[in-house]
Design a protein around this ligand. Structure first.
Ligand SMILES: [Fe+2]
Ligand SMILES: [Fe+2]
Length: 171
């Protein structure tokens, strides 16, 4: 597994490109049923991606990437997941369905930019400070396969609950 899996950054960037393609497909699709199917695929791929970053990639970046950048990334994941949950829960007649997917796309574009930005992005910082991307790539690939199968079997709710990373302070 370890010698066939892509390195961590390659794997995560491939996920980014794949979801960008899905957002484009969503825009081009016509009809609520077709859009709904694509929205579910977007949600599924983001759930799995966020989970492997939260549980494997970001923890490996601790001490190697500016703490503030990692914190911001976790909060961005949580914000996206709120919208993903809403998109999945929205029923047929939701007049905001398309707007929600559009806002999610904009949030993800911003977030991906912060991960991939040359020199100062999370991936660049992690590489520069010696995170072992080959070992990490194998771990990410294993977890991705496992979570994709679980998502198929159990549905998204359990994953969305597991994803909540940041705590909301009590009022
Ligand atoms: Fe990412
Ligand atoms: Fe991320």
């Amino acid at each position: 597994m370890a010698d066939t899996a892509p390195d961590a950054v390659t794997l995560l960037k491939e996920d980014h490109r794949a979801v960008e393609k899905l957002f484009k497909e969503y825009e081009d699709a016509s009809g609520n049923a077709a859009k709904r199917k694509i929205a579910e695929r977007i949600a599924g791929s983001l759930i799995v991606h966020t989970r492997i970053e939260n549980e494997i990639f970001y923890p490996a970046c601790e001490g190697k990437v500016e703490e503030a950048d990692l914190k911001e990334a976790y909060v961005e994941h949580d914000a996206a997941n709120v919208l993903i949950a809403e998109i999945l829960a929205s029923t047929k007649g939701d007049e905001f369905a398309e707007a929600k997917v559009k806002v999610l796309k904009e949030e993800i574009e911003h977030h991906v930019g912060e991960e991939e930005r040359w020199l100062t992005g999370i991936f660049s910082q992690a590489k520069r400070h010696g995170v072992d991307m080959d070992a990490l790539g194998a771990k990410l690939a294993d977890a991705k396969t496992r979570y994709e199968a679980e998502l198929e079997k159990d549905g998204p709710e359990v994953h969305l609950a597991a994803l909540k990373k940041t705590k909301v302070a009590a009022a």
